[in-house]
Design a protein around this ligand. Structure first.
Ligand SMILES: Cc1ncc(C[n+]2csc(CCOP(=O)(O)OP(=O)(O)O)c2C)c(N)n1
Ligand SMILES: [Mg+2]
Length: 372
């Protein structure tokens, strides 16, 4: 979430120069940080989210492999730079429309870790009150994230509708939607971009290009060189950024969000990374060349890169990093305990909450589902 310092920066309207980050501008990371108006508190918060999302992903996979976590897991490991970078550019009142892969973006936008964990174990304190698993999660009421569903990229047309509503109501809010590279081949993706450009809607289209759609590589998905260049077909700016560089992602997102908020219309951001794990927990991803995976893990790790940068710039020292790590571990352990002690849903409630007007989602949930 945007801190006070970021809010001030947004009001000053700076950070809007340059469309694709320091890579394109060629300035040093220190200069880029200055240009973006990021203060120590913001930078440490970005590092916190990067490390939290990585830690969460790793520990949840371990629990899954130990047979302690039911359902499926969709790892976003290696893509934290994209997730944290785009979500950090949003204000609380802006809305995020994610997919099954984007839990890290949702955590950055404000989902509570312990409730996410209750969601994973199908408990009443999860965001869907035990009605669905981890990938179909969202918190529209508070964090303003749309609950992801499977049909890709279904969040795109819904984000387009939300942006249309913001425009009609004259609200200075922005919708930001994420989908994968594979989802860009679906007609909905093109319809959403077209409609948004036609009506200058306050929306940012993010493509989390992790180079594979399940087992299909980019080369077999897309007949053009980059997804970003497709923005031109709809008369909107399209930029391609390095997902391993959270500052570049953040800068591109900030430019696009400000453009949208000013009523200048939508933008397309393609953020490139590699999916380090398989499509889901069951998939060993043997189709990804070993050398390529090693290269990304060793040289293009968004979390390590940003931590190294902040240490080099003197923003954090070893002590501050260790403090963040122990805080994250504690939050995870507390979240785990919270999830285990949260009841399962009451079976008698199964038919409730299908329709908004039965009031189920406005009431306190029944906590008689069989666990203490
Ligand atoms: C319309 C639609 N077709 C097929 C699927 C099945 N499916 C689920 S995830 C996936 C791959 C998506 O790849 P990509 O968009 O690149 O996202 P990633 O999982 O790589 O983040 C597919 C084909 C689906 N969910 N929706
Ligand atoms: Mg993909």
């Amino acid at each position: 979430m945007v801190t006070k310092a970021r809010d001030r920066e947004a009001r000053r309207g700076s950070g809007s120069s340059g469309a694709s980050g320091s890579g394109a501008k060629g300035d040093s990371p220190g200069k880029q940080i200055e240009r973006l108006g990021l203060e120590q508190e913001d930078l440490t918060r970005i590092l916190y989210f990067l490390k939290l999302c990585r830690y969460f992903d790793e520990r949840m996979e371990t629990l899954y492999r130990q047979g302690k976590l039911p359902g499926a897991i969709y790892s976003g490991r290696g893509q934290e730079g994209t997730h944290v970078g785009v979500a950090f550019a949003l204000r609380k009142e802006d809305s995020l429309f994610p997919t099954h892969r984007d839990l890290s973006a949702q955590l950055t936008k404000g989902l509570e870790l312990k409730r996410v964990m209750a969601q994973y174990w199908g408990r009443i304190d999860g965001y869907t009150r035990g009605r669905d698993g981890n990938s179909h999660v969202g918190d529209w009421a508070d964090a303003r994230t749309f609950t992801a569903i499977s049909h890709l990229p279904i969040a795109y047309p819904v984000a387009c509708g939300a942006a249309l509503a913001y425009k009609h109501r004259g609200e200075p809010r922005v919708a930001l939607a994420i989908c994968g590279d594979g989802a860009t081949s679906n007609g909905r993706w093109h319809e959403a971009l077209n409609m948004s450009a036609l009506h200058d809607l306050p929306v940012v289209w993010v493509v989390n290009n992790n180079l594979w759609a399940y087992s299909t590589p980019n080369t077999q998905e897309i007949p053009v060189e980059t997804i970003a260049q497709r923005g031109a077909a709809y008369g909107m700016p399209g930029v391609r950024v390095d997902g391993a560089n959270v500052l570049d992602v953040f800068e591109a997102a900030t430019v696009a969000v400000e453009r949208a908020r000013k009523g200048e219309g939508p933008s397309l951001i393609e953020s490139v990374s590699l999916r380090w794990r398989g499509h889901a927990g069951h998939d060993p991803a043997k189709y990804v060349p070993k050398e390529m995976l090693e290269d990304y893990m060793q040289n293009k790790d968004p979390v390590k890169r940003f931590q190294d940068l902040l240490q080099k710039e003197g923003v954090v020292d070893d002590g501050a990093v260790a403090e963040l790590e122990s805080r994250i571990k504690k939050e995870f352990d507390q979240g785990y305990e919270f999830a285990q002690s949260s009841p399962l849903p009451d079976p008698g409630d199964v038919e409730l909450g299908l329709w908004a007007d039965d009031g189920y989602w406005d009431r306190e949930a029944s906590r008689n589902g069989g666990l203490s």
